[in-house]
Design a protein around this ligand. Structure first.
Ligand code: CP
Length: 305
């Protein structure tokens, strides 16, 4: 595939290849591209981890990173996303990374551009590179996926991380469950639900989600303390998890809401490992897309040595 847009459409074998390549990059080092290549990171929503780990991944691979900030660009003059992206393609970008509040935007751009497009999060759609770094973290822990019990907990309805991970993990043979408030379940995701008390006792991986307040339109009355007690990971619940079970969260964490603040760096937490793995995961995607011969102006981009 020219682009990296969605775990829903990515075949199982391709997902596994990405995980294994990311693991090699994380553990065995890497070689940078041997010709000048430009990356443009177009972020139309705030980001710390995804944007900065793309920058680190691109620079480790020897790419030039084109600086872009919406508030200092011609987006302020009304230029559309499409025209912005075509501009970067025209001036020589070899790769676009796009985060946008609207679902399906990266997919539409990918269909219009000849250079590879990577989806860095599209509204409540998908966040496939977050999923890849989550898969890498699970793979490093267990060495396999088949039969693992994974519980995804929290604001599922508004979470692109939940969607990408549910698609990817189920393809890889994991048993995927959801837990959380009934009104935050998503009809598009037909996975069984369990209570948080059931979840902590049965899971091999507990994947907590950030509550996406920015996507709620103020329609929910929300009390952080009662949410933690009813649906979050308290220290009492954490003590009931299996010895080997691990805890993931895409971050940023709402401390004291999705989980007790003391658990963010507890022994079973892999939250900062996930962030570390974000660099290797994004390098794996960039290498794969550019290695497979992305075309620009009739020239094959396939010069990595
Ligand atoms: N996990 C994640 O996407 O974090 P950022 O919003 O900081 O990129």
């Amino acid at each position: 595939m020219k682009d990296f847009i969605s775990m829903e459409v990515l075949p199982k074998q391709d997902i596994l290849s990405y995980v294994k390549r990311a693991n090699r990059l994380a553990t065995k080092g890497y070689q940078s591209f041997q010709r000048q290549l430009f990356a443009a990171n177009l972020f139309f929503e705030p980001s710390t981890r995804t944007k900065m780990s793309f920058v680190v991944a691109e620079r480790k691979l020897g790419m030039e990173v084109l600086d872009f900030a919406t508030d200092q660009s011609s987006v302020q003059k009304g230029e559309s996303l499409y025209d912005t992206a075509r501009t970067f393609e025209s001036i020589g970008a070899n790769l676009l990374v796009v985060r946008h509040p609207e679902e399906n935007v990266a997919n539409q751009l990918a269909a219009s551009l000849s250079i590879p497009v990577i989806n860095a999060g599209d509204g409540t759609g998908e966040h496939p590179t977050q999923s890849l770094l989550d898969l890498l973290t699970i793979y490093q822990e267990y060495g396999y996926f088949e039969g693992l019990k994974i519980v995804i907990a929290g604001d599922i309805k508004h979470s692109r991380v939940a969607r990408s991970n549910a698609y990817a993990l189920s393809k890889l043979g994991c048993d995927v469950f959801f837990t959380g408030m009934q009104k935050w379940q998503d009809d598009r995701l037909p996975f069984p639900t369990v209570s948080m008390d059931e979840a902590v006792e049965m899971c091999d991986v507990l994947m907590l989600l950030r509550i996406q307040h920015e996507r709620h339109d103020n329609q929910y009355h929300f009390n952080s303390m009662s949410y933690l007690q009813q649906y979050g990971l308290t220290t009492e619940r954490e003590a009931k998890m299996k010895d080997h079970a691990i805890l993931l969260h895409p971050a940023p964490v709402n401390r004291g809401v999705e989980m007790d603040t003391s658990l963010v760096e507890c022994d079973r937490s892999r939250i900062f490992k996930q962030m570390e793995n974000g660099v290797a995961a994004r390098m794996a995607v960039i290498q794969t897309l550019l290695d497979q011969g992305g075309q620009r102006n009739g020239k094959t981009i396939n010069q990595r040595q």
